[in-house]
Design a protein around this ligand. Structure first.
Ligand SMILES: [Zn+2]
Length: 110
């Protein structure tokens, strides 16, 4: 879609360590001097930021894996954790709904 080839910078997901376009990742940040990681979905809050895929797999990993969080020597704030859980659930639902309801849909692009 669109002829513009605008480059999206790539960032590494902390859970799967894959590089992805920044737009596909959620940003979390540990503000300077804070001990808790907060969500920073839109902006450029200062502090140590990191990125996570908006995928069930990676969100679950961050949600459950305490060792992963230890890497940032911080823990997630309650809202950040809530967001993680909510976002994971939303994605899970999306995936369930995506199960083909009809066989008439053709694959247009290979
Ligand atoms: Zn990931």
């Amino acid at each position: 879609m669109g002829a513009r080839s605008q480059r999206v910078p790539e960032r590494m997901c902390v859970a799967c360590r894959r590089l992805r376009p920044r737009t596909e990742l959620a940003r979390l940040v540990r503000p300077t001097q804070a001990t808790e990681i907060d969500l920073n979905l839109g902006g450029q809050a200062s502090g140590k930021g990191f990125y996570i895929c908006r995928s069930v797999e990676c969100l679950t990993k961050l949600e459950k894996d305490k060792r992963l969080r230890k890497n940032f020597s911080a823990k997630l704030t309650a809202p950040a954790l809530q967001w993680l859980t909510a976002e994971r659930q939303r994605l899970e639902e999306e995936e369930t709904q995506r199960t083909p309801a009809s066989c008439s849909e053709e694959v247009k692009d290979l």
